[in-house]
Every structure is written in structure tokens, then in C-alpha cells.
Design a protein around this ligand. Structure first.
Ligand code: AMP
Length: 409
């Protein structure tokens, strides 16, 4: 369907043209007319599917069409799991709203940035708030921010918000918003926790999914390289040189691993930077900005810091450490091959990762050939399968511990 038939205004169409988008993505085709109809939606959309524009265009258009007068009140709340994603959504809103005759203002409400500045902007009045849960609740608690006039509530990457242990915060936020609003859920997966909240707070939400959508994006080619854990650093440096990789996003499982690997790459003369939760927000913003503008060629990041970030023309993603869940694998590789581009995702698999990677393949409905690189062949025996053993009492991590662990990355 051409963009015009989705009900988008001339002003939004101008911005679409400026971005060079030629046709709506499948999820935009399906969701945008329903968002204009005021329907509550549960959209199953991967990162890279064009989901931000999907909610941004109709919200901007409807807010711009309102009569002006009086102080602005917050009419749309977009809740995201990470600060980076919040900043990215805000940037998209400002780009997509460039040609609106009536300006629609958006404020990013995230921790790690000046609360005074956010308070000042709120006092002057804003239309849209893009927020992470913690700082938002802080400002609501101090009665600096009110959601009493909210019309649109968007939960972006809903599965990750709950995975990160924000369920209690989400409940508190939900208590503060009026009942009559449009709820738009965007999530790569719909585990029962997300469905339960969605069904409780929405009026007959309509699930939207692209038929036959493979769990992994088909414009991405995926390679699996067998290598012992201790050889991964050397292999990565070797491949960067041997295969002439110009840039890539390298995923690791902890802050310390991000820091260490980045140091090793730099020592080898590779232009690398790290992105993880131990850095201050300005440092995180800078690392991301430098990577986006290609000042930095390799970014070594933890999952949480890199969640949902959109980097134009990212051609390579490396799973140096495997993600914990199959859903995270899909999210990670979704950073490349975005909106029709082609991309390459490489996973390093050691002796201990064999079973885990099989599970990822099963869930992602893929089966990938294993490769070995000369000089880095996998040595040793695969440890015996431990799956199926009962948990050892007292050793199993509680939900809270797991959430804390994730927060630390
Ligand atoms: P998202 O899934 O929101 O992270 O978007 C992924 C990328 O797709 C972003 O760089 C968008 O600017 C881009 N995009 C959004 N809509 C379209 C479209 N209709 N055609 C091509 N690219 C798009």
C-alpha cells in the first residue's frame, strides 16, 4: 500500500520522502490505519521492522492536528527499557515532525541527565514524553510531571521492560494514567507476563503480526564459528584484519568483558570503544554517537546498553558472548540488516555453548552450519549435558537476582 493510503498527512509524507522511504514496511501497513482508528494494539515487531515510525507518525500527526491554545499538557507517553532507546525514539520524533506546521514537542525523561533541565522543560509544557521507568516515577512522585491528560500510551520493547525487572515500576505508572487512552504495545516476543499486563490495561487489544514472519530477519546472513573461549579475542582481531571488516557491533555479556575486550582491540590498533552501564550517560551518548558517525569502527557493548539502538547501515554484528535468551539473539542480530539492508551476524561458540546455541536455533527456527577458522579450531571435549537435572536447592537464582544481574550489564 502506498504511504498516502495509510492516512498520513502531507507534512508527514514530506518527512518520509526526505528519509528516502519508498514504501511502508509490512508492520506499518498493518498498524498505522488501526492506530488512526484508535484501536489498542499488541504489535509483534522486531527491531528493524520500522516500528518506531509506526507509532511516531500517527501520534505526531494527531497531536499536530489539534487546536492550539493554553499550556501544553503531556498527551503521549512512550516508555522504553533503556536510556539509549529513549534518546533514539526522541530523535526519530523530532526528525519525523520536522515539517509539521504546528510544532509537537517531545522531552526525553531518563536518568543520568539533568533533572533540573527536565523540570524546566516540563514547566513550560510538552506534548510527548519518552521515558525510562525510574526517572519518570521520580518526577511523578515529586509532582513535577502529570500524566492526567494522557491520550496515547506506547510500551516499546515491552518484553524487555519486564525482563529488566520494571514490573513494579510499570504498575505504579499505570496507576497514574487515565483509563481512557489508546494503548500500543510493541514487543519482539509476547511472553505471558506481557500479555497479562496488556490484557489487563487494554480494551480488547488487537494482536498484529506479519504472517509467516520468520523469527530472524531474512536479509541477515548468519555464521557460527566454533572457537575456544580463550581464543576468541585473537580470532576476532584476526578476522577483522583477514576479512577486512570495517565496522561492527560486538556483544559481550558483562561490563568488565566490554571494558577488557575494548582495551585488547585498541592495543591491536583497532579503533574500538565500549558501551555499558558503568559509563556515565554523557559517556554512553558519546560512544554511541561516535559509532553512529563512524568515528569509532567497533563498539563492544552489553545487551542492555545496546538494546533497540538503530544504527544506519550496520553491516556486522558479532556475538562474542552468546546472549542468554533466544529472544535476545533475535534482538541482537536485528541490529544489522535493518529495513531491507543486508547484514551479517556472527556467533562465536565454545565448548560450553553447544547446547545453549541449539536451543537458540530451535526457538529462532534456524539451523546454521558450524565453521572453524584455521589456527583457531575448537579443541577439547564438549561438557556433558546438564539440562534436565533438578535445580540445586538454594543455588537457583531468584527472579530478583536475575533482574539485578541484568541491570548490572
Ligand atoms: P525501527 O524498527 O523503528 O528501529 O526502524 C529501523 C529502521 O528502519 C530505522 O532506521 C528507520 O528509519 C527505518 N525505516 C522506518 N520505516 C521505513 C520504511 N518504510 N522504509 C525504509 N526504512 C524505514
Amino acid at each position: 500500500m502506498p504511504f498516502k493510503q495509510l492516512g498520513l498527512s502531507e507534512e508527514i509524507l514530506r518527512s518520509i520522502q526526505k528519509h528516502g522511504f519508498t514504501a511502508p514496511t509490512p508492520i506499518q501497513d498493518l498498524a498505522i490505519p488501526q492506530i488512526f482508528d484508535g484501536t489498542d494494539l499488541l504489535v509483534e515487531a522486531q527491531t528493524g521492522s520500522g516500528k518506531t515510525a509506526c507509532f511516531a507518525w500517527p501520534i505526531l500527526q494527531q497531536l499536530a492536528a489539534q487546536k492550539s491554545g493554553g499550556k501544553k499538557v503531556i498527551q503521549a507517553l512512550i516508555l522504553t527499557p533503556t536510556r539509549e532507546l529513549a534518546l533514539q525514539v526522541s530523535a526519530a520524533l523530532s526528525q519525523f515532525g520536522e515539517f509539521l506546521c504546528k510544532k509537537v514537542s517531545a522531552l526525553t525523561v531518563i536518568g543520568g541527565e539533568s533533572i533540573a533541565q527536565q523540570t524546566q522543560t516540563l514547566a513550560a509544557g510538552v506534548d510527548i514524553v519518552v521515558a525510562t521507568p525510574g526517572r519518570l516515577l521520580d518526577l511523578i512522585g515529586q509532582q513535577i510531571l502529570s500524566l492526567a491528560h494522557l491520550k496515547f500510551f506506547v510500551l516499546d520493547e515491552a518484553d524487555k521492560i519486564l525482563d529488566l525487572g520494571f514490573a513494579a515500576e510499570l504498575e505504579l505508572i499505570l496507576e497514574k494514567i487515565p483509563d481512557t487512552r489508546q494503548n500500543l504495545f510493541f514487543s519482539a516476543t509476547y511472553p505471558s507476563k506481557v500479555l497479562e499486563i496488556a490484557k489487563r490495561i487494554s480494551k480488547n487489544p488487537v494482536p498484529l503480526k506479519i504472517d509467516d514472519m520468520a523469527p530472524t530477519v531474512d536479509t541477515i546472513s548468519q555464521r557460527v564459528i566454533l572457537v575456544n573461549k580463550e581464543k576468541r579475542g585473537m580470532l576476532l582481531r584476526h578476522l577483522i584484519k583477514a576479512e577486512c571488516w570495517r565496522d561492527g557491533l560486538v556483544f559481550v555479556s558483562s561490563k568488565i568483558a566490554a571494558h577488557n575486550l575494548c582495551g585488547k582491540l585498541r592495543k591491536a590498533g583497532i579503533n574500538a570503544d565500549a558501551l555499558h552501564g558503568d559509563l556515565s550517560q554523557p559517556e554512553r551518548n558519546k560512544a554511541l554517537a561516535n559509532f553512529k558517525t563512524k568515528k569509532t569502527h567497533f563498539l563492544v557493548a552489553t545487551d542492555v546498553a545496546a538494546r533497540g539502538i538503530d544504527i544506519e547501515k550496520l553491516s556486522l554484528v558479532i556475538n562474542y558472548d552468546l546472549p542468554r535468551s533466544p529472544a535476545d539473539y533475535i534482538h541482537r542480530i536485528g541490529r544489522t540488516g535493518r529495513a531491507g539492508e543486508t547484514g551479517l551476524a556472527i556467533s562465536f561458540i565454545g565448548l560450553e555453548d553447544q547446547e545453549h546455541f541449539k536451543l537458540i536455533e530451535k526457538r529462532a527456527k534456524i539451523r546454521l552450519d558450524r565453521e572453524e577458522i584455521a589456527g583457531f579450531e575448537l579443541l577439547g571435549d564438549i561438557p556433558e549435558k546438564v539440562r534436565g537435572l533438578p535445580p540445586i536447592k538454594g543455588k537457583r537464582k531468584s527472579k530478583k537476582d536475575r533482574a539485578r544481574e541484568l541491570k548490572r550489564t
